[in-house]
Ligand binder design. Sequence first.
Ligand SMILES: [Zn+2]
Length: 245
Amino acid sequence: MADSSSATPSSSAPSPQQDGSDFLPSSTWWNRSINFFRMVTGRMSAGGAQKYWADADDRYSAFDCKRCEESRDYLLKYSPIIRFMNENIQKLGGELGPHNIHCRTCKGEEEAMQGGFDHKYGIKICANYVQERSVLEDVLTHEMVHAYDHLRFKTNLTLEDDLRHAACSEIRASNLSGECRWANEFFRNKILSFTNHHQDCVRRRAIISVMGRPNCKDDVQAVKVVNEVWDSCFRDTRPFDEIYR
Ligand SMILES: [Zn+2]
């Protein structure tokens, strides 16, 4: 037992391989090629492989965010629905633009969400879950309805918020954003009427969003609150004259 140090001579100082230094900084094409070659031929150490995947995550994240920001800027300029929402938000004294529409990588518990609105922070888009520009347009419209409602009603969509205000805004956001358009297209040639399926889709999404709020007890309460405000909030299509699409 006393002699154990001689049995494990290499345990005192980690070799370069063990600390992952065989993973080269990925700043150049050459280094990335060497890393990739080491990975595919099984020559990368465990530490190096860990660094390799962390680095890949970072680079994908940067790529996602850049694409998201480009789409965001394009939509702010050219999308009729985004421009219309922005004009109406401006009329209420708000200001949305690249400075407060943030593209971020979402992780863990945020996995199910595509975006979010906070009256202090602005709008967050989950760049890793929203990849197509047409989807971003829906997500952005959804969050802009929340921004509009916040300015219009001065709702405080936070912990202490009245759940009914939140439910109302979720109904409106799903109804007006085009998120339930798939229902429209899917059932276009089916016997089932569009209206019911559109409504079902909006209702389901609103209930899920309300359930996700920290001050909502459970699904029973979420359903109850959405039902309470449904009629007036589904009918309220402001700032649109009717459902836009
Ligand atoms: Zn929402």
